[in-house]
Design a protein around this ligand. Structure first.
Ligand SMILES: [Zn+2]
Length: 227
C-alpha cells in the first residue's frame, strides 16, 4: 500500500537557503507550551531514543493548538530512531477530523547537538505538503531551546527543503509569552517590599492522543528516520 507521503523516485533534495529562498511559513506557540512539549518528548524518549510529535492548528491558522505524540498514534514507532507506520497516520487523520485541526508541523528529537536533517529525514517527510515545517530539537529534548538552536526545515516541494539560518529561525518558529494576564510584581505605595501575584493563564495548547489497547496490523512500510 502506498502512502500519500511516499516520495517520488528520482526526486532530489536541493534548495538550501539562500539559494532558493521561500516566503517562510510560520508557526507560533507560547514558551510555556514549548517547554511542556519538550518535557513530553524527553519523557517519551527516556534519554536514549528519539521521539516526536505532530503540531496541530485550526485550518488557516498558524498557532499551535495541540500536539499529538508519535508513540500515542503508533506505540511501536520509537525504536531508537523513529519508524512510523500507516496505522499511525490513520489515527492522526481521525484525531484531526474529530478536533477540527490540521497538521502544520512536526518535531522530533536528535541524540546529540545536530539539528540538520538526516538523509532519511529529508527524503521521507512526515507530511509531504509544501510549507510543512519540520523541527529538530537536540539532546533528546532535554531542554526547550530558543529557535536559533533548533533545526527548522521547510518543505518546498517534493523532497526539496529550505532551512533558514539561525538568525532567521525565529521568523518561522515564533515563541511568545503567554496571553495576558501575566503575573506581575506589585509594589505597594510607600513600602519597600514587593510581592508577585497574578493569574496563571489558561492552557493554550493541548496534548492530544490516546494509547491504543491493541496493535493494528501494519499495512505499509514504516517511515524510518535516523540521526
Ligand atoms: Zn532526524
Amino acid at each position: 500500500m502506498t502512502s500519500p507521503n511516499q516520495p517520488n523516485p528520482g526526486d532530489e533534495v536541493v534548495g538550501t537557503y539562500p539559494n532558493d529562498p521561500p516566503v517562510w511559513p510560520s508557526l507560533s506557540m507560547t514558551w510555556r507550551a514549548w517547554k511542556t512539549l519538550h518535557a513530553d518528548l524527553a519523557r517519551r524518549g527516556g534519554g536514549h531514543r528519539e521521539s516526536g510529535a505532530f503540531l496541530l492548528a485550526r485550518p488557516g491558522e498558524r498557532q499551535v493548538r495541540a500536539w499529538v505524540a508519535y508513540d500515542d498514534l503508533d506505540p511501536d514507532c520509537l525504536v531508537g530512531n523513529i519508524s512510523f507506520h500507516a496505522v499511525g497516520f490513520s489515527r492522526l487523520w481521525a484525531l484531526c477530523s474529530q478536533h477540527g485541526l490540521s497538521v502544520i508541523a512536526d518535531i522530533h528529537t536528535h541524540p546529540g547537538a545536530g539539528t540538520s536533517q538526516s538523509q532519511t529525514d529529508a527524503t521521507h517527510p512526515m507530511i509531504a505538503t509544501a510549507g510543512h515545517i519540520a523541527l529538530i530539537t537536540p539532546f533528546y529534548a532535554a531542554a526547550a531551546l530558543p529557535p536559533q538552536q533548533v533545526g527548522v526545515h521547510v518543505l518546498l516541494g517534493s523532497r526539496r527543503w529550505a532551512s533558514p539560518p539561525p538568525d532567521q529561525r525565529a521568523t518561522v518558529l515564533r515563541l511568545r509569552l503567554p496571553a495576558p494576564p501575566w503575573p506581575r510584581p506589585l509594589r505597594p505605595a510607600g513600602g519597600p517590599s514587593s510581592g508577585t501575584v497574578g493569574a496563571v493563564p489558561a492552557p493554550d495548547t493541548t496534548v492530544l492522543g490516546r494509547r491504543p489497547h491493541h496493535a493494528a496490523p501494519k499495512t505499509s512500510a514504516p517511515r524510518r528516520r535516523d540521526q
